[in-house]
Design a protein around this ligand. Structure first.
Ligand code: AMP
Length: 306
């Protein structure tokens, strides 16, 4: 039984008000894998070009990330994305997207991945995400989907088809509004739950995340940080922490999902502290435990009702 992660592996170039990078390693699948591998071994499905450094692949393998599902297209180039953050760091503009190997990506699920119990579909073309679900002979216990506004703009029907096959949808607040056509996030979540997912997670950047299930709602804060260096990949890291915890505990109850979104928030708080995946590569279990303790303190209070 295992965790399978699907998502882009990329070169990113990032500009924030505090600095600028040349091409660094990025991609939704990369962030998810680095994060989730703190909790369980990961089986990765993705595609890279011949320009993707072998040392990066080796670093992932050393983290117990199985790359059998990662296609290497020797004569092609890796997906490239570039973005610039605004002063508030909550919004950004995409400056460039070069699909390269992602253009004709057809994922192939290796035989050794057929034992998939938890499936994390990182942000990708919805039809590609669906193709992985369809290749699995036994439905995973839990399928989590991340997506973005781009697919709502250009592939809404496909996205809705994929959405009808998953258990948990993760989106940010503006995407939830766009998908549902409703400004109220409570009504938006209800509308999205009617499209298929039993659980909806709405991320609100530095303002935390909401988890909806039936008529219940739970809120996880984001840790107030003195400095946010680079928010790229925070959503993917959140996803990695969420599914990593669920896969480790093998408990998919609503109660355990509450813990999972706190762990997702804690992991995301590391991601933003440095550029790219740098911070995620440094942290260990004691860093994670200390950060979780900060979360406990952040929301712990007594109240006596008269
Ligand atoms: P996030 O900050 O969580 O939205 O994720 C940022 C990561 O998503 C970057 O590392 C990009 O390489 C990757 N990314 C951006 N656009 C796309 C896209 N259209 N398809 C797949 N991955 C993307």
């Amino acid at each position: 039984m295992s965790l399978v992660v699907v998502g882009s592996m990329a070169f990113d170039a990032i500009e924030t008000p505090f600095g600028k990078t040349d091409k660094i390693i990025g991609g939704a699948g990369t962030y998810i894998a680095w994060c989730a591998s703190n909790f369980v071994p990961v089986k990765q499905i993705s595609v890279v070009g011949g320009d993707f450094p072998q040392a990066e692949l080796d670093a992932l393998t050393n983290r117990n990330i199985d790359l059998e599902g990662v296609q290497i297209k020797k004569d092609e180039k890796t997906f490239f994305w570039s973005g610039r953050y605004h002063m508030d760091m909550n919004s950004r503009d995409t400056l460039d997207t070069q699909l390269n190997v992602l253009e004709n990506f057809q994922p192939v699920v290796p035989e050794s991945f057929q034992d998939c119990e938890f499936l994390m579909l990182g942000n990708l073309v919805p039809a590609v995400q669906r193709s992985v679900i369809e290749q699995l002979r036994k439905r995973p216990r839990l399928i989590v989907l991340d997506t973005m506004n781009l697919w709502m703009d250009i592939a809404m029907d496909d996205l809705k088809k994929t959405l009808s096959m998953v258990d948990v949808l993760m989106v940010n607040d503006s995407e939830a509004r766009q998908l549902s056509g409703d400004y109220s996030l409570v009504r938006a979540a209800a509308t999205i739950m009617n499209m298929g997912p039993k659980y909806v997670i709405i991320k609100k950047g530095e303002h935390g995340a909401l988890l909806f299930y039936e008529s219940k709602v739970f809120f996880a804060p984001a840790l107030p940080l003195e400095e946010v260096f680079d928010p790229t990949g925070a959503g993917d890291t959140f996803a990695g922490g969420f599914i990593g915890h669920l896969a480790k505990t093998r408990d998919i109850s609503f109660e355990n999902m509450k813990t999972a979104i706190i762990i997702g928030s804690a992991m995301a708080s590391f991601c933003v502290e440095k550029f790219g995946t740098e911070r995620l590569r440094e942290i260990n279990k004691s860093d994670i435990d200390a950060r979780l303790e900060e979360f406990v303190q952040l929301v712990n209070f007594d109240i006596s009702l008269g």
